[in-house]
Design a protein around this ligand. Structure first.
Ligand SMILES: [Zn+2]
Ligand SMILES: [Zn+2]
Length: 334
């Protein structure tokens, strides 16, 4: 797979960029201190509660969004016994609003208002315009179409179908009042399940026959923006969001399911915006250099930086500059 060479860009910021105009963090990527041997309990606990860490901001923010949207916008389960326009429309509009608020906020701040210019922007170029690669000749409109148009429908489809299954007692239901420990424990497990599922789906869609028909669409975004997050071929979106199918067999409350789906559908905004966090004058930890490197180099970093699948399977790239140590795994830099 070829990697488009990037043109040299004169940066408007005082930061150092390489000859291709790329900005790089001054450190190699590290994995979260979870899957290390011997166990480092102190480091694990610190990672759980630190800022940024496991809980704050990413998982807790998404949990708060799920909680708020559950109490304010979730149709009562008895209404979901039959497929009816009222509650289906309610779920669709709820997801549409969430998507535009979450993706839109990153896009507005970083790309429309350009509040921090190219400071910390991995690729100094702004989104492609007049490009035959993208629908409507425009990367932003293309990405919005796939994310807010197509992926939103798949996301909502999964939710509608699964809520109908819950309402008709076709899948196991967990009562939070009778099983409070399991209810809370599940919330901690969900981000790990997401990582596990994402890695294996992602490896599968990099299999050449699937890549060339399906995943190529997401990888048009060598220079990703927030809306690139769910800019996927519908087959990829169906596979990616199948993360929620676990609830068809594991006893869970519908809230676990809604949280998982929102985690998967909204989370990619933060991992695709193309800026090194923290942003907003150092106030908001966000971004994923780990996943940016996947978009830049394709055959590395398929997973995320919590479960070290890429290190275990030899596809980890830590981000050190070319020729100075950017190597595929085997190099345990954490
Ligand atoms: Zn990929
Ligand atoms: Zn991506």
């Amino acid at each position: 797979m070829s990697v488009n060479p990037l043109p040299a860009v004169e940066s408007s910021s005082p930061e150092t960029r390489n000859a291709r105009g790329e900005w790089r963090p001054p450190y190699p990527i590290r994995y979260a201190p979870v899957f290390r041997w011997p166990l480092q309990l102190g480091a694990m606990l610190k990672w759980l509660v630190s800022n940024p860490g496991f809980m704050w901001p990413r998982n807790l923010v998404l949990l708060l969004i799920a909680g708020g949207s559950w109490y304010l916008t979730q149709p009562a389960l008895p209404r979901c016994v039959h497929f009816e326009a009222g509650w289906i429309g309610q779920v669709y509009v709820r997801n549409l609003v969430l998507m535009w608020l979450y993706y839109g906020a990153y896009h507005l701040y970083l790309y429309t208002l350009r509040r921090q210019g190219t400071k910390g922007k991995y690729d100094a170029r702004w989104p492609a315009q007049n490009s035959r690669q993208f629908l409507f000749g425009d990367q932003v409109y293309d990405n919005i179409f796939w994310t807010s148009g197509v992926a939103l429908l798949v996301w909502t489809g999964y939710e509608v179908l699964t809520l109908w299954l819950y309402a008709n007692h076709h899948i196991p239901y967990l009562d939070w009042a009778r099983h409070p420990v399991w209810f809370v424990a599940w919330l901690f497990v969900i981000p790990f399940w997401r990582d596990f599922h994402f890695y294996w789906v992602h490896r599968f869609i990099h299999w050449k026959p699937i890549y060339h028909r399906v995943h190529y669409l997401h990888h048009k975004n060598v220079n990703p923006i927030p809306w690139s997050g769910m800019a996927m071929h519908p087959v990829e979106t169906i596979l990616y969001l199948s993360v929620g199918l676990i609830y068809w067999v594991v006893p869970s409350h519908p809230f676990h399911f809604i949280f998982t789906m929102q985690h998967a559908a909204l989370g990619p905004a933060g991992s695709h915006h193309g800026f090194e966090g923290p942003i907003a004058n150092g106030k908001w930890p966000t971004g994923s250099y780990f996943h940016y490197l996947h978009h830049r180099y394709f055959e590395c970093n398929y997973g995320d930086s919590v479960i070290p699948f890429d290190r275990w399977f030899g596809t980890f790239r830590d981000g050190l500059p070319d020729g100075e140590g950017a190597k595929l795994a085997g190099e345990h830099r954490d």
